[in-house]
Design a protein around this ligand. Structure first.
Ligand SMILES: NC(=O)c1ccc[n+]([C@@H]2O[C@H](COP(=O)([O-])OP(=O)(O)OC[C@H]3O[C@@H](n4cnc5c(N)ncnc54)[C@H](OP(=O)(O)O)[C@@H]3O)[C@@H](O)[C@H]2O)c1
Length: 352
């Protein structure tokens, strides 16, 4: 394929007054390739809750008011490579890591600054170049749409359950909160790893989907506001081994109450707000709970995660709620905002 000159790309304009509703398609020059860069035709992008937060300016003041090319998660096809690139060739199917600079080890301020779709250019664009080492090969059995769900949601869930001292083991019990992108991937990795999953959701319909994916115990947190007591009942008063904590202030106290002595609570998201009772610190201490903040993951962890997926294709099919055409970006963001989805919301950026 010849190298295109122009790329259609979304921008969130500076000074936007209506958040994602101000998303605009522009046309830009395709950048000249640097020696270590790979030019990728973006086929699909999946949306993150973070994309919504950035667009609506509640992610962080550092990003408010500036023009942003949104989107962190993509899959696509290599079109051309820079003169020093030896790992990739035209036609290869790839995803870029959420932070192209986070290759291995712990995140740093520099790796977070490089995260796509914030200060750095995002992926809601037809053609984008990436440093060669930031790319991973997508599983052969995945479509581009499926692969686009991997970089943030899947890798965050994988990192939570496998990243450090207390990795998931067969026979463990995992609590997931809600049925969004991160939680559904956590459910799938937990089931794949031989763990028992307790799933919570605002909706019985969504819980049925979680059950089909292998969740053994289901709790509607609207009907059962003291869901932590239900979790303790299910686990005979012991608590779970792992909590994939996406809720934030409104759920953290209950998550700590749900974990067993020495178990892990992985702090991932802030979907809810409120005051935390001061005795939460005592509770963490008394349970010797391991509370760990997660910042997505590295290229090295991405490759480990792909091994798990490729070895367990039947249990790790990405759950895609709805696919939108590139031109329907505003509708895609609106669907994410409605929180009616289970799993991932995807935008088809270019034709496959
Ligand atoms: N730290 C990281 O590396 C990282 C990476 C990815 C995402 N995140 C963060 O993690 C959070 C989730 O992201 P996502 O992309 O999975 O979001 P998402 O796809 O929009 O899913 C959010 C889901 O959370 C559930 N939820 C909302 N309020 C809840 C509550 N009070 N209790 C339990 N569940 C609740 C809802 O599911 P139900 O309708 O089923 O209840 C909702 O659909 C966001 O805050 C995001 O910014 C952080």
């Amino acid at each position: 394929m010849s190298i295109p000159q122009k790329s259609r790309q979304y921008i969130l304009p500076a000074g936007r007054k209506e958040g994602y509703k101000n998303l605009t398609i522009t046309e830009v020059e395709v950048p000249k390739l640097k020696a270590n860069d790979v030019l990728v035709k973006v086929h699909a992008a999946s949306l993150q809750y973070r994309d919504l937060s950035i667009a609506n300016e509640f992610y962080g003041p550092g990003l408010n008011g500036r023009e942003i090319v949104p989107g962190s998660d993509m899959s696509g096809e290599v079109i051309a490579v820079g003169q020093d690139v030896t790992d990739w060739k035209a036609g290869d199917r790839v995803c870029a890591n959420f932070s192209p600079a986070h290759l291995s080890g712990d995140p740093t301020p520099a790796t977070m600054d490089a995260a796509l779709g914030a200060v750095a250019l995002g992926v809601l664009t037809e053609y984008r170049s990436f440093p060669s080492e930031s790319l991973v090969r997508i599983p052969a059995h995945f479509s581009y749409q499926q692969a686009s769900t991997l970089p943030c949601a899947a890798l965050t869930a994988y990192n939570a359950l496998n990243g450090r001292g207390n990795p998931i083991k067969a026979g463990d019990t995992v609590l997931i909160l809600g049925t969004g992108g991160v939680s559904i991937w956590a459910l799938q990795f937990a089931v794949t790893s031989g763990a028992t999953v307790i799933a919570t959701s605002s909706s019985d319909e969504k819980l049925k989907i979680a059950e089909k994916l292998g969740a053994k115990h289901l709790i509607n947190y609207r009907n059962t506001p003291d869901w932590e007591e239900e979790v303790l009942k299910i686990t005979n008063g012991v608590g779970v081994d792992h909590v994939v904590e996406v809720g934030g202030q409104g759920t953290m106290y209950k998550s700590i109450k749900s974990v067993r002595f020495g178990g892990g609570v992985y702090v991932i998201g802030v979907l809810t707000h409120g005051d935390l009772p001061p005795d939460i610190f005592r509770l963490i201490l008394d349970r010797a709970a391991e509370v760990r903040g997660i910042l997505i993951g590295s290229v090295s962890q991405f490759k480990d995660m792909l091994r798990l997926i490729e070895a367990n294709p039947e249990k790790t099919t990405p759950v895609i709620d709805k696919v939108f055409a590139f031109e329907d970006g505003v509708a895609a963001f609106a669907h994410l905002e409605s929180q009616k989805h289970v799993g991932k919301v995807v935008i088809q950026v270019s034709k496959d």
